[in-house]
Design a protein around this ligand. Structure first.
Ligand code: FAD
Length: 291
């Protein structure tokens, strides 16, 4: 199986799709309908997010295990420090390995609903770099991806401190960095310059989420604070919320964004597909990926 580092290697262009564990049977059906379509684009990886609730965490493993066995694709489970002791994290990683899931997107995680700041549990970890070290020490062969923030993580005291933290995660053993979603490529390019200047040399993979309706905008800003360019917002607002017109505006924007990133030599693209395929498919139909 290709490792994370190989998938985004110097001579390969990586393509990954991020899913989330559905909560209902209808959601499960919807997920597989869309994954069936997305796999035609031959992703290097499919990943699934890890939530704060216990039952959804088992579903994360179910989703990636199913992708792994049905489509014979490399997969990665996301994993966070939220509410987990080191023993619980170890047990989860053993379950993952038993299911032949050998890559992890290692994160600190956001505070659970209703809480405003992250609190580590006794016997757990406070920052993602500690989780990366733990995985590297105890699960040597697992591939590890970590999160990077072109617009700086919301809790970071400064962009410099955030980059120092990212370096901690890479030094602890991360194979690749996947970025938080962003809508202004200039932010990504400035971040990439600083990343390279800081001596970080593992693949830096931009994360894209095509916005295809107005309701998503509110969610995106409250979730991670990503800026949306005023021109783009204005173009979206010319159409009714959730309309075909907004979908077209969003797809056109994401297509241009992806094409510019590819032309600027990124090692791959990670799409936050949100268990849907339409927008990502349209982008991938129109952008020539170097693969
Ligand atoms: P960290 O790297 O620990 O950083 C968190 C903050 O602490 C930053 O401000 C950093 O600068 C600061 N910091 C880090 N180390 C130190 C230190 N030693 N001293 C002082 N300050 C420090 N969330 C989920 O709940 N589930 C998911 O599946 C999930 N998937 C994601 C996938 C991607 C690709 C991305 C980009 C994000 C994802 N998230 C997910 C969101 C993520 O959990 C949040 O952004 C979270 O707030 C930070 O996680 P992190 O791993 O970047 O944390």
């Amino acid at each position: 199986m290709t490792t994370l580092a190989q998938a985004y290697g110097r001579d390969r262009f990586g393509l990954s799709f991020e899913l989330f564990p559905p909560k209902t049977d209808a959601g499960v059906e919807n997920l597989w309908f869309h994954v069936d379509r997305l796999v035609q684009y031959k992703p290097s990886y499919i990943t699934c997010t890890y939530g704060a609730g216990g039952s959804t965490q088992d579903r994360t493993l179910e989703v990636v295990a199913h992708v792994r066995s049905k489509f014979e694709l490399p997969v990665a489970t996301h994993l966070t420090c939220v509410g987990n002791t080191a023993d619980q994290l170890r047990a989860y990683l053993h379950r993952a390995l038993d299911l032949e899931i050998d890559n992890v997107v290692a994160l600190r995680g956001d505070p659970p609903k209703g809480e405003t700041s992250f609190r580590s549990v006794e016997g757990g970890f406070s920052h993602a770099n500690e989780l990366v070290k733990f995985i590297r020490d105890e699960f040597h062969h697992m591939g590890i991806a970590v999160a990077g923030y072109p617009e700086t993580h919301q809790e970071a005291v400064s962009a410099e401190a955030d980059l120092t933290n990212l370096k901690r995660k890479v030094d602890a053993g991360a194979d690749i960095v996947i970025t938080q979603l962003f809508y202004d490529n200039a932010d990504f390019f400035a971040f990439r310059d600083k990343y390279q200047a800081a001596g970080l040399d593992v693949p830096l993979v931009p994360g894209l989420l095509p916005v295809t309706n107005g309701a998503q905008i509110q969610r995106i800003s409250s979730l991670c604070g990503a800026k949306l360019p005023p021109d783009f917002l204005a173009a979206l607002s010319e159409h009714e919320d959730g309309s075909e017109g907004q979908f077209e505006v969003g797809v056109e924007f994401a297509t241009k964004q992806a094409a510019e990133l590819v032309a600027a030599g990124v090692p791959g693209i990670h799409f936050y597909v949100l268990n849907k395929s339409e927008a990502t498919e349209r982008v991938l139909r129109d952008v020539q990926l170097p693969r």
